[in-house]
Ligand binder design. Structure first.
Ligand code: NAP
Length: 250
């Protein structure tokens, strides 16, 4: 039987964990025994509610505000985690935004802000944790990409380019870190119920999903828990795990 708390004694940092998929990942890793650092950008009350939920369930967590697109804030966040906890075992790069629009009318600022957060943010957080993980010769990095990064999507040139970039980054980092005991994998959700998808027209989306429904944040969190846990995913690196109800089969 799988161990109920495979992450006991470990520390996990989840970016963008105040809402949606990140909040579900934080709860899942907390239930798996990790001390969870709940990163957020602008929702302190929501982040504290996630912390309170993990603690009420018998786990351990605290919140830390940082914009993951800001190099100084990312470096300071990781320094704080290492000073407070003395270790950092799992990084989940989850924070993400959309600024959709057709390419011809897409504002440069909307291109840049999505690349800065969804792609450069993953680079900054990964680089910031790499020194301590490589030194410890152990660590799990899990990047939340999207099926849109695999197949493209009209109206999401910025988002799909960033998410495809995350897949390239995942594979390159996996190759760099493999010999030092650090794995790097990605999870590619399809359409998941969250604030990000709240305003979308659901009918055509659901028609394109063989399972005939959108996914839940908890279903993405289950895949992240698997990738974070030992020994379950110990021999997996550079992989993209799709959680999409069969939407993209390749
Ligand atoms: P969401 O509900 O909109 O939540 C986004 C989270 O990111 C919030 O916790 C937000 O924090 C945080 N965030 C935003 N800007 C940030 C910044 N500059 N620094 C740090 N954190 C920041 O989104 P979601 O649907 O849960 O998506 C989570 C991830 O899954 C994203 O990477 C997204 O691209 C990916 N994804 C989602 C779907 C889907 O269908 N929902 C599908 C595929 C992939 P605040 O609350 O503080 O603003």
């Amino acid at each position: 039987m799988a161990h109920a708390t495979p992450l006991a004694g470990q520390v996990a940092l989840v970016t963008g964990a105040s809402r949606g998929i990140g909040a579900a990942i934080a709860r899942e890793l907390g239930a798996a025994g990790a001390t969870v650092v709940v990163n957020y950008a602008s929702s302190p009350a929501a982040a504290e509610a996630v912390v309170a939920g993990i603690v009420a369930a018998g786990g351990s967590a605290w919140a830390h505000q940082a914009n993951v697109a800001d190099e100084e804030q990312v470096e300071a966040m990781v320094k704080t985690v290492l000073e407070k906890e003395g270790r950092l075992d799992v990084l989940v790069n989850n924070a993400g935004i959309t600024r959709d629009g057709l390419l011809m009318r897409m504002k440069t600022a909307d291109w840049q802000s999505v690349i800065d957060l969804n792609l450069t943010g993953v680079f900054l957080c990964t680089r910031a944790v790499s020194r301590s993980m490589l030194k410890a010769r152990s660590g799990r990095i899990i990047n939340i990409t999207s099926v849109v990064g695999l197949m493209g999507n009209a109206g999401q040139a910025n988002y799909s380019a960033a998410k495809a970039g995350v897949i390239g980054l995942t594979r390159s980092n996996a190759a760099e870190f493999a010999a030092r005991g650090v794995t790097v994998n990605a999870v590619a959700p399809g359409f998941i119920e969250s604030d990000m998808t709240a305003d979308l027209d659901k009918e055509p989306i659901i028609k394109a999903i063989p399972m005939g429904r959108m996914g839940s944040a908890a279903e993405v969190a289950g895949a992240v828990r698997f990738l974070a846990a030992d020994p379950a995913a110990a021999y997996m690196t550079g992989q993209v795990l799709q959680v999409d109800g069969g939407m993209v089969m390749r």
